[in-house]
Design a protein around this ligand. Structure first.
Ligand SMILES: *[C@@H]1O[C@H](CO)[C@@H](O)[C@H](O)[C@H]1NC(C)=O
Ligand SMILES: CC(=O)N[C@H]1CO[C@H](CO)[C@@H](O)[C@@H]1O
Length: 458
């Protein structure tokens, strides 16, 4: 591939920025990243105060990549301010509540332990709830004991997501990557030649940006921008932030990251700078569908906004409070100071998509994070740039190919049918995926619209 070619990367999240930096370091000379805002993009899924960094995986490729990334998070000076080493605890109830779907649960725990053992890594069993509470005394709740399963590892942690993205952005700028933001960076469509080659991307307010190769790292927005052939779906996941006092931040500082695979609920240690305790659900999520070229496509509210809307469905709030109550009951009555939706771009198997688009030979897609990509920030650019130049092993190219075989299937069959893994890497739990109700949709769009107006005044 010609290093002089001009490469346009759409999307300044973890996929776009890490690819831009990697290509610049490999000697590509004309790289431009477009997004609606300068990263960390306020409503982007790579932003926020925390992301879990773990390499406990039921899939060997991600377990090894996770270890590779973890070692860099843990040792490189550029991540020293954003990475916090913390044990990560996985729990499940052998027979979870009947109304909830577990994508993996104890199966995920079994497979993960097997892979970690094969990789020669240690992990620590938690025989029962008492063992959990004895090892982590900050857990004050009384999770249900019967059928409890758990293990933890100390080689894990969390990253301050926005801070690490800002660092990546600065390294990309120093390496010569160009950024275009605001209306000129907000991509609205493609300008195609007769043979399907992309000539330019169209931007808001009638602009266009030309290039030789285009990389769409557009996360949950992807299917609303390019034909996705039923190979991805954007889902919204719930997040809540509890306001802590400085004393509580101190008292809870040794809280581990805890996952409950039966419900999808997970929680972080306190975030010192903001005083927030963040909890979330790694579940099946909600969709927000609109017709795009005759097809119903789920995507986040579109326009540039100054922050994520303070909104989750009421039933989601109750799930977050219930999860919080299992481990820190003293905080339940305080409730959440703010809530937010975190958008995943899901693929049927949970595998990323790093491939050329079947209809457009100079359009490369880097998406499909499926809620588990952020942790790979230090290494993912290498794999994406490798796929872009077709330099990866045939196995990896196959793993991350653009799936064309779902094009004419029903979306429900693709994402929840017998062949799908029903929730990415098997670490999900919670109620079945559903569309936002009309009321929820109205509230979300109204709040996002108000935030968009505020942005455009700045
Ligand atoms: C996990 O969720 C289940 C179902 O709500 C609950 O019974 C259990 O106590 C929870 N475990 C932990 C450790 O929070
Ligand atoms: C998978 C994993 O995190 N393994 C680690 C568990 O903890 C021990 C001790 O810190 C490490 O040596 C393993 O690598």
């Amino acid at each position: 591939m010609e290093k002089r070619e001009s490469i346009i990367i759409v999307g300044a999240g973890v996929f776009g920025l890490s690819t831009a930096l990697q290509l610049a370091e490999e000697g590509f000379r004309s790289i431009t990243v477009l997004d609606r805002s300068m990263p960390p993009v306020p409503d982007g899924s790579s932003n926020d105060i925390s992301r879990v960094i773990r390499f406990d995986y039921g899939d060997k490729v991600y377990a090894e990549m996770g270890k590779e990334a973890y070692d860099l998070w843990n040792t490189l000076p550029e991540y020293a301010d954003s990475f916090h080493r913390t044990p990560c605890v996985w729990t499940a109830q052998q027979s979870g509540p009947a109304n909830l779907v577990q994508s993996g649960g104890s199966d995920f725990i079994r497979k993960t332990k097997e892979i970690l053992t094969n990789m020669g890594h240690e992990w620590f069993v938690l025989e029962n709830v008492e063992a959990l509470k004895a090892r982590f005394p900050t857990v004050t709740g009384n999770p249900i004991g019967a059928g409890f399963e758990g293990f933890y590892n100390t080689s894990a942690g969390w990253a301050d997501a926005g801070l690490a993205i800002a660092g990546l952005r600065d390294r990309a700028i120093r390496a010569g990557v160009n950024f275009v933001t605001g209306p000129h960076g907000q991509v609205t469509g493609l300008e195609k030649g007769a043979d399907g080659t992309i000539k330019a991307v169209k931007t808001a307010e009638g602009g266009r940006v030309q290039g030789d190769k285009f990389i769409f790292a557009t996360g949950a927005w992807t299917a609303s921008l390019i034909p996705s052939w039923n190979s991805m779906v954007a889902t919204a996941q719930i997040v809540g932030f509890v306001r802590l006092t400085p004393d509580e931040v101190k008292a809870l500082k040794d809280l581990p990251i805890i996952f409950n695979l039966s419900t999808g609920f997970f929680s972080f240690p306190p975030h010192e700078q903001t005083g927030y305790l963040k909890v979330a659900c790694h579940s099946f999520g909600y969709t927000l569908s609109s017709p795009v070229e005759g097809e119903d496509v789920s995507s986040p509210p579109g326009r540039a906004v100054s922050a994520r809307a303070n909104f989750i469905p009421e039933e989601g709030r109750q799930r977050l409070l219930a999860g919080l109550g299992e481990i820190l009951p003293q905080l339940v009555s305080r409730g959440f100071e703010k809530t937010a939706l975190c958008w995943y771009n899901e693929t049927p198997t949970g595998d990323f998509v790093f491939d050329y688009h079947p209809e457009h030979k100079n359009l490369f897609i880097a998406t499909g994070g499926t809620g588990h990509a952020y942790k790979f920030l230090p290494v993912i650019g290498k794999y994406i740039a490798g796929a872009f130049q077709r330099k990866l092993s045939p196995e990896l190219l196959e793993k991350w190919r653009f799936h064309t075989e779902h094009q004419n299937l029903e979306k429900d069959d693709v994402f929840t049918g017998a062949k799908s893994r029903k929730g990415g890497d098997g670490s999900r739990g919670g109620p079945k995926r559903r569309e936002f109700t009309p009321q929820e949709r109205d509230t979300l769009l109204a709040l996002s619209g108000a935030l968009a107006k505020r942005t455009s005044k700045i």
